[in-house]
Write a protein that binds this ligand. Structure first.
Ligand SMILES: [Zn+2]
Length: 263
């Protein structure tokens, strides 16, 4: 099982080494901005690396919205990130499930997701697997609660979409972690990546504030149980930089009986 962390994008391989991580996730552009990713001078080194690379798409992307001034640039930016992620040999591109605005029909949001994959297919398809991540908040989200996730997968399942399960988002979003992997796999058939995070906030709070694994409101054993059941690579998106994330990775390796990579 490959275990790693979300890191600063300046030198992801150095960040991996400082955490003894076998995988890293990072942004290719400002997560709060609309700028397309620029080519990385270290692309060849990243492609050749033993470390698995995951790219997280900007948070501003919302391909589900009925607001076309957000939706159209969102799907363009997502496609641009997939293309850029391929140039560095990334394993997957993680993007949040998105939402529609209050009063808007969620069914249109799911259809907008379908249109996103149809649009990408016209341009040759996404160049890396797209992993849709569950989110913590909002009443009109496409991938917060599993009833919505099932409708989303009805709309896009045919495109071979991947799924990223965030334990903080599930807990804060109001989905019990116990048995969650089976309930998700019954819908998606797969979990491609686990974001292993504890939550600073209560079950069902709808708030998205990650905590280190031994802290927070989730029993750390439950996070470990989710990882075991998912059988997928793991990224911690926890606070505290290399030291605290390194502790979180060590905690998971200890609990899972996994060995650290040779230095
Ligand atoms: Zn996450």
């Amino acid at each position: 099982m490959r275990i790693g962390a979300h890191v600063d994008p300046a030198d992801p391989l150095a960040e991996a080494a400082s955490r003894a991580a076998e995988a890293v996730q990072f942004f290719l552009a400002d997560p709060q901005g609309w700028k397309a990713p620029v080519p990385r001078p270290d692309a060849e080194r990243l492609r050749a690396a033993e470390v698995d690379l995951y790219v997280h798409a900007p948070y501003v992307i919302n391909v589900a919205t009925l607001n076309n001034r957000i939706r159209i640039p969102s799907r363009k930016l997502l496609l641009a990130h997939a293309t850029a992620a391929a140039t560095i040999g990334a394993t997957g591109l993680i993007v949040h499930g998105g939402h529609v605005n209050a009063g808007d029909d969620l069914a249109v949001g799911f259809d907008n997701w379908r249109k996103t994959f149809a649009y990408a297919a016209e341009s040759g398809g996404f160049q890396v697997p797209v992993l849709i991540e569950n989110t913590a908040g909002g009443d009109n989200a496409c991938a917060r609660r599993l009833d919505a996730l099932a409708r989303l997968w009805d709309a896009i399942g045919e495109y071979g979409v991947g799924f990223c399960l965030d334990t903080c988002h599930a807990h804060a979003g109001g989905e019990e972690l116990l048995g969650l992997v089976d309930r998700i796999k019954a819908i998606t058939g797969r979990i491609d990546l686990v974001h292993a995070n504890n939550s600073k906030d209560a079950f069902g709070s709808g708030r998205d504030r990650h905590d280190n694994l031994a802290g927070g409101t989730i029993d750390p054993d439950l996070v470990v149980a989710v990882i075991r059941a998912a059988g997928a690579p793991v990224i911690v998106e926890t606070p505290g930089g290399a030291v605290r994330q390194g502790e979180d990775i060590t905690f998971l390796r200890d609990q899972l009986g996994a060995e650290a990579p040779a230095a």
